[in-house]
Design a protein. Sequence first.
Length: 221
Amino acid sequence: MERTLTLDDSSIGKKALVALTGLVLFGFVIAHMLGNLQVFAGPEALNAYARGLRKLPGILWPMRLVLLASLIVHITASLALVKSAAAARGVSYRQKQSSATSYAARTMKWSGPLLAAFILYHLAHLTWPGVPMGAYRHDPHDVYANVVNGFRVPWVVAVYLAAQGLLGLHLYHGAWSLFQTLGLHHPRYHRLRQVLPRAIALVVVAGNVAIPLAVLMGVIS
Ligand code: HEM
């Protein structure tokens, strides 16, 4: 009995950590998307934005540290939750989960690790060390050129589009689970819970896929 209580308590704490760090990461994804959309305003706008960020190391580095810490806590707390759920399944009677809940949990289990792999690939591609994925040179001082040259390569665009699909699923189920963690099951929130996670996922995916697609289709060059 005592053991079950301890597990449950820590699981609530872990869920809260996953939710909190998820919100920080979500804030970054929105801000990053809005910043990147400046590519549509031309090279000067995007490069000035990137230069502006680098000129503020007192803000940039603390933000990067918060982001990295949030990512690490988000991943480790999620893994611990998956592990304790598996352990609980092993010792207790089979509990009937709603199909929506178990579908969300299953999706998170594979979309999470794949997204982590995408982030590593994306950093290597566009940030550090800046690996050119086609016949061009990466220029750390010309973010616009790196984006345009990078997305002229169809297989790179395919990787980014697939990753945005994953991100959309992850955000959708993440937002859906957040309602659960916050205890917002009341019928009053039913409509909001139906609409908000979908809207969030759709806006982020649309904003992010617009960039590689625009380059590939020659809208941005
Ligand atoms: C098609 C969509 C995306 C585009 C065009 C894009 C573009 C970029 C570019 C150009 C940089 C380098 C910025 C610089 O050197 O100043 C960058 C950095 C980064 N991106 Fe993205 N990105 C996209 C999607 C994402 C997604 C979905 C994530 C995370 C889930 C992400 C996470 C990051 C991170 C963590 C950095 C490093 C930020 C830093 O240096 O502090 N990006 N991205």
